[in-house]
Design a protein. Sequence first.
Length: 201
Amino acid sequence: MKILSRDFTTKEKVLIGILLVIILAFLYYQFVDQPITNAIEKANNEKANNEIELESVNIKIAQLEKMKKEIDRIKAEGTISPMPSYNNSKAVNDLLNDVIGDYSYSITFANLTRDGNLVRREFSLEFAPPDFSAMVEVLTALEKSEFRCLIDGIDFTRIRYMNAERNGYAYNYQAKTTATFYETMVGGTPDSGLPEVKPEG
């Protein structure tokens, strides 16, 4: 059975040609252009995330190197802050407020620990500095304060977010650390907040 009883006219051939071009363009867009575009976008996002992670690692390496140099310098110079007598909590709180009062922060104190005449006042600190230098200034101020303070571990994070005003990405920063202030019972007055002396052994 003959399906077509006549040849296509020139107009029909043109329309069929246009239709074929449209179909081919759609197939190219759907199965070639879109997968390639999506793959490129995914690769760019992964590259951006890797760059952020690399920067975070480099920052941590830099801060660890800085801390090591500072420790070496302190050991060489013998400049260690004195230990105040117990109970120095009010002065400690005043110091922390002076050092980080300009930033949003949260402080959590652990229970006091005691070894003979040595009292440890441990705490966790989270704050939002405007940049890495500000974080270093805060930690340096604590280490070089009039009270003996040991910084133990630092976590500095850069948080990327979309800023509508800039029509692009901007960054917030968060710093976390744990530290200990040291006090002595020499000249101190025991009170209800003071734990019992740890038994030897």
